[in-house]
Ligand binder design. Structure first.
Ligand SMILES: [Zn+2]
Length: 522
């Protein structure tokens, strides 16, 4: 054989071996759980490679033997890679459980507590019986958990999350400095994230973020814009009990316009045909709902006023809504001005994210929206995003990027809070969505506190809003959101009454999701 071809073949073999080894180290370093077998095999492969190449140099053994050895090394490394994927999950278990003796807050508005209550949970994670201890005997075969003196409430639902980002404390001022990098650096950073290794890192961060949400008392987390449909993948892994996390709902990529808000991370469309196509693509990727950007936003604004400016056209929004509703899928719209809210409502979106101070005509459309899937539209005011105020000083005011973002954010804060108050006054369905990812995933209780402070609602009603009302808003009220026979066991066991201190919700002793028990403090 030609010597050049031989050298080329050798190079290809070596490149393949090197690639597999690097991939193993890279993937293994991201995994929370690693099997011993994969580690042992990997080191065996490294030893074989070392001696193989040393011997080859010394003796120059026959082509057939060399091929056999190289093949064996590749096989070993492939096996390592498969094993690391196979064993890197939690194998959560669930079984028949009886929680006995707690005060049960059902999540229904104005419902009386069940005192000294018992909840029976089946081995497929459903609530099968509920009642007072003395009238509800625990059948045989149930693990009894004594929760006397404690409180049980439905797990929180967060309707607005970006699982791929981490977010800061919503009670602290928003720091826009991370957005202040030069445009070229931001673009390079985004391409690095969207590359194969970048997305692997993002996927592992997403696992950490949704776990943080769970430990903050969230049992259902609705993503409204993540990268490359990684949210769909994680949703399925959590549902199979292979990952620790709340029940997830996935939007996949945000649908945005060229140069518009979230265009960098989303699916860019221009015109109704492309808009409809993007919905079809999302449905093909098995998303749960559609997210669009009706207006600009803060995080990528370059001019003062850009945040609420109209972006997607009414025709584009109509195409999205029509296609999604044909498939029984809800559409939610990022809308941060009165005009944007109105256009999105007219198009028939089912939820408004953020919102603005809208007029009475818009209020009527919220309550009775003929183009929406269910006849009404709800609001997720995301008060948490700007609750902690902004960092305003000489440095931020003189910075060309940060000053713009600060001005836009200040303008929006007024709109979000004003829209929230108006929605409550009109009896519009208001749900909890914190924009977690922008703010921390485990601080959803802060949104409830803001509802109490700015909406004048009682803590009990705020809990209802963060559970059953949000379930209705996102269309999962038949499966979760309250403690009710037939629904999923998505609930929190708390040491004290959360109505006395809403922050207790993020300190649950036991979090049950779909029947899987999680004990954050252990
Ligand atoms: Zn958002």
């Amino acid at each position: 054989m030609d010597k050049g071809v031989l050298v080329l073949k050798k190079l290809i073999w070596r490149a393949l071996i090197a690639l597999l080894a690097v991939h193993y180290v890279f993937v293994a370093s991201l995994k929370p759980v690693l099997s011993w077998l994969s580690l042992v095999l990997f080191f065996a492969a490294v030893v074989v490679i070392f001696f193989h190449w040393r011997k080859e140099k010394a003796l120059g053994s026959g082509v057939a033997v060399r091929r056999l050895r190289a093949g064996a090394i590749i096989l070993l490394l492939v096996l390592c890679n498969v094993l690391v994927e196979l064993y890197a999950h939690e194998n959560l278990v669930r079984g028949r459980t009886a929680l006995v003796g707690a005060t049960i807050i059902t999540g229904e508005l104005d419902a009386a507590d069940i005192r000294d209550g018992t909840v029976l949970i089946s081995d497929d994670g459903k609530i099968v019986a509920l009642g007072q201890k003395e009238s509800l005997a625990v059948p045989q075969g149930y693990d009894v958990v004594d929760v006397s003196g404690k409180f049980i409430m439905p797990g929180l639902i967060n309707a607005h999350a970006h699982m791929w980002m981490e977010g800061g404390d919503p009670q602290k001022p928003v720091d826009f400095s991370s957005y202040a990098a030069p445009r070229i650096v931001r673009k390079l950073g985004m391409s690095a994230i969207m590359s194969y290794p970048g997305l692997r890192v993002v996927a592992s961060r997403m696992e950490r973020n949704v776990q943080s949400a769970l430990y903050g008392g969230v049992t259902t987390l609705r993503g409204v814009g993540d990268l490359d449909f990684l949210d769909v993948q994680l949703r399925d892994q959590v549902a199979r009990g292979e990952r620790v996390g709340p029940n997830l709902l996935a939007a996949g990529k945000i649908i945005a316009i060229t140069g518009g808000h979230a265009a960098e991370m989303g699916r860019v469309v221009d015109g109704p045909v492309e808009a409809r196509k993007a919905v079809r693509e999302g449905i093909h990727e098995r998303i749960d709902h559609i997210k669009i950007c009706a207006t600009g936003g803060v995080a990528d604004s370059l001019r003062i006023g850009e945040a609420g400016e109209l972006q997607m056209t009414p025709e584009e929004m109509r195409a999205v809504v029509d296609e999604a509703h044909r498939r029984n899928i809800l559409v939610t719209a990022h809308a941060e001005s009165a005009a944007g809210v109105k256009e999105a409502l007219v198009a028939g979106v089912d939820n408004i994210e953020h919102g603005a101070i809208f007029d009475d005509e818009a209020a009527d459309l919220f309550l009775n929206n003929p183009n929406s899937l269910r006849g009404y539209t709800s609001l997720h005011p995301t008060l948490s995003t700007l609750a902690g105020g902004l960092i305003i000083n000489d440095e931020t005011e003189n910075h060309p990027v940060i000053s713009v973002m600060n001005h836009n954010a200040a303008m929006l804060k007024e709109q979000f809070y004003g829209g929230f108050e108006k929605a409550l006054a009109h009896g519009i369905l208001v749900g909890v969505g914190t924009d977690s990812g922008v703010v921390a995933h485990n601080k959803v209780w802060v949104e409830l506190k803001l509802f109490v402070e700015h909406g004048g609602v009682s803590p009990a009603r705020a809990i209802h809003m963060g559970t059953l009302a949000t379930a209705r808003s996102i269309g999962v009220q038949d499966v979760t959101g309250s403690i009710e026979v037939g629904k999923r066991a998505d609930l929190l066991v708390l040491a004290r009454d959360p109505r006395d201190d809403l922050s207790l919700i993020s300190n649950a002793e036991r979090i049950i999701v779909n029947g899987y028990h999680h004990m954050p403090r252990e």
